[in-house]
Design a protein around this ligand. Structure first.
Ligand code: SF4
Length: 488
């Protein structure tokens, strides 16, 4: 008898819905994230000998009929479905349809949302056999082995499951320490995905997204991964293992122009940043890369990383108010941000700045202070959004307890068009005021004559910049002119 078959599914929902990103939505810039965590779990199951299929429905444009046909043909014993807060009702409904089609299949939901609300998620409908709580690579493999051998679900760490009328929360699974033991996630992309489907305006397309570590030690109240899937304990892949995968990508995806390192914060360990950079240079690897960073990296480290191909850093500046930064436990200062930007400029590394409004204590004056700071820091690109809060985070708890959540219907986390909706208010601001301010801030930032002149010059002298800028501008300019959907 063959091994158990497993379907890994990023379920169909809205066109170009970027479910795997920290703030899942259809985005103004056309961003579409790789289903990286699902692909990691697929790699682990494949390595353990299970027969696997993988579908990224929003990226490949697979509708429910196509997914049904492929699932019926494959006849899996286990369906592992990714979820997100705004799509969770849809995701459970898709699973119900598939379960009706293949009644013998066990359905496991995974992701940040079900980790935060396991019991509630289990009750979404009768198709859901269990939800994975936290990091789930090993959980899927253990569950598959248990289903295959007819063992008891009570022995599978890291799941919440249904035992008759009862809900059972098994003990949480230990986080994986030896990340080198996992197969390259890019090898699963190679087998099942088309990299040209994916886009991040901060990386030159086509790009490949991987991670070199898991977890982040900082306590930022709004940040979902360290508080749900990955923890505040940082675990690293070895430098050799990381650079081996980079080499694999350059050989297996000759069309790839860049790599996005999706670590929560790539730059926690500066010595390791330098070691990865030096190893890339020693092996003669020549590819552009992008990272998520905190605004605290020094010039010397930046210089080495730039020489190894670092093009751009995505940096969460969040707010121009020290008090508000403290209120979200950002553990940084406005002064540090200023000196970091000066160093990044000197090292020639571009910065995408993230700014949020609607933080605890926000007023019209602090929002304006954030916009003033954004213009002063003057990163290459900037995003302005009302804070999005997700179950499992301290921020969600705070807004919920204060009565500042405008809804608890998770489908309302999106506008009718699938964009981020604003579902919080503060003591002094309504949701609408935050949305209007962000529309205003985007125009103020991007329509400055000196900004437009600098951008045109960059694009004129650099064809890769032209490709990156034009692709995101296609959708972004529409929203810049028209503004956001009105929050409900
Ligand atoms: S430093 Fe960045 S990744 Fe880490 S918790 Fe804060 S926002 Fe999240």
């Amino acid at each position: 008898m063959g091994r158990l078959k497993i379907t890994f599914l990023n379920p169909p929902f809205l066109k170009s819905f970027s479910r795997p990103q920290r703030s899942p939505a259809v985005t103004k810039s056309g961003t579409l994230y790789f289903p990286m965590w699902l692909a990691y779990a697929c790699g682990a199951a494949d390595k353990a000998g299970f027969e696997v299929d993988f579908m990224d429905a929003p990226a490949d444009g697979f509708d429910l009929d196509y997914v049904k046909k492929r699932v019926a043909d494959f006849a899996p014993g286990l369906i592992v479905a990714d979820t997100s807060t705004p799509s969770v009702y849809n995701d459970a409904a898709v699973c119900q349809t598939l379960k009706d089609l293949v009644p013998g299949a066990f359905v496991l939901l995974v992701g940040t949302h079900v980790t935060a609300l396991p019991e509630e998620s289990l009750k979404l409908n009768g198709s859901v056999g269990a939800v994975a709580v936290g990091e789930y690579d090993q959980t899927v493999t253990d569950l598959a082995q248990t289903l295959e051998s007819g063992g008891s679900l009570k022995d599978v760490a890291g799941i919440c499951w249904r035992d008759g009328d009862k809900t059972v929360n098994n003990p949480r699974r230990e986080f994986i320490e030896d990340l080198d033991s996992l197969p390259f996630v890019s090898s699963i992309y190679r087998r099942f995905l088309r990299i040209e489907n994916y886009f991040n305006p901060n990386a030159i397309p086509p790009m490949v997204t991987i991670t070199t570590s898991r977890g982040c030690p900082y306590p930022c109240s709004f940040c979902v991964y360290p508080q749900t899937l990955m923890s505040r304990k940082v675990r690293y892949r070895s430098v050799a293992n990381v650079v081996d995968e980079i080499e694999y990508i350059t050989k297996s995806f000759p069309e790839a122009k860049s790599i996005f390192f999706e670590d929560d914060t790539f730059t926690i360990n500066r010595k390791r940043c330098v070691e990865i950079s030096e190893e890339m240079m020693r092996r003669g690897i020549n590819i552009s890369w992008t990272i998520n960073a905190r605004a605290d990296l020094d010039y010397e480290t930046l210089r080495v990383m730039k020489r190894a191909g670092l093009k751009l850093m995505c940096v969460g500046f969040e707010s121009g108010s020290q008090q508000l930064l403290d209120n979200i436990a950002k553990k940084t200062s406005v002064e540090k941000m200023e000196s970091f930007m000066a160093d990044a400029r000197k090292a020639g590394v571009l910065v995408h700045g993230c700014f949020m409004v609607g933080l605890p204590g926000e007023t019209k004056e602090t929002m304006q202070g954030t916009l003033d700071m954004a213009k002063r820091l003057n990163p290459d690109t900037a995003q302005f959004y009302p804070i999005m809060v997700y179950p499992g985070t301290d921020a969600y708890q705070w807004y919920s307890e204060k009565g500042y959540l405008t809804t608890k219907d998770f489908s309302q986390w999106l506008t009718p068009g699938g964009l981020h909706n604003t579902i919080v208010r503060t003591e002094q601001l309504t949701s609408e005021e935050m949305v209007q301010f962000c529309d205003h801030a985007r125009r103020e930032f991007y329509l400055r004559p000196q900004y437009i002149a600098r951008k045109m010059l960059n694009v004129a002298v650099n064809p890769d910049e032209m490709r990156r800028t034009l692709r995101s501008a296609r959708t972004f300019i529409k929203y810049l002119v028209k503004g956001s959907d009105v929050a409900r």
